[in-house]
Design a protein around this ligand. Sequence first.
Ligand code: PGA
Length: 256
Amino acid sequence: MNRKYRKTIIAGNWKMNKTPSEAKALIDELKAKIGRQKWCEVVLCVPFVDIPAAIRAARDAKIAIAAQNMHYENAGAFTGEISAGMLKELGVKYVIIGHSERRQYFAETDKTVNLKVKTALETGLRPIICVGETLEQRESGIMEQIITAQVKTALLDVPAEQMRKVVFAYEPVWAIGTGKTATAEQAAEVCGLIRAVIRAKCGARVARSVTIQYGGSMNAGNANELLAQLDVDGGLIGGASLKADEFTAIVNAANQ
Ligand code: PGA
């Protein structure tokens, strides 16, 4: 974390878990446990249908509600899809774009990620752009190439003045839901690489203001060490965000 230049953001990614009433119950529990956060912003990325209940439950707390995906078109014949404008009207602040599960199971590409990032920004939503390499890519020595291409393509035609609204999450695919966390050094190295790519495109001032999270089996036990890295500005937390105590402990680690 480097609080002088950028915000620390701890985001829970609930994935396809929790019904609206379960969402309310978990947020009520979190509100009771998470005190006033001095330093970090807390975000919950909930399933679409949970959004109204989550926004109501989080209203009197400093918890922002996010979506986990959106379509890049503003409206039209896209059965089953949700637009950025629909999310914005509900009071959503952030939206995850290009999570590796979307890339893997729903054929999302760097190109569709770029389209979604631009639409999110135009609509006033803050994108949390996920990038990360597979184990095979890491082992064959092309991690840097993959990450650089993902970041560059995601940001095509994104003006520098919009960059303070952009959040990145480095999520190595081999660490998601596997219990295998990247070491603090690995996380720091790749978050640093992401910042270097942003710096080359937008300059040093912009690059140092962008929040870059780590995600992949982050939990109460490893959060301190990961967040101690200067280039790791928070976390995108899956499994551990479904347990109030565990998620609270991660938020507390970011507030020290
Ligand atoms: P995990 O998921 O914390 O369960 O590994 C992280 C994510 O997919 O965002």
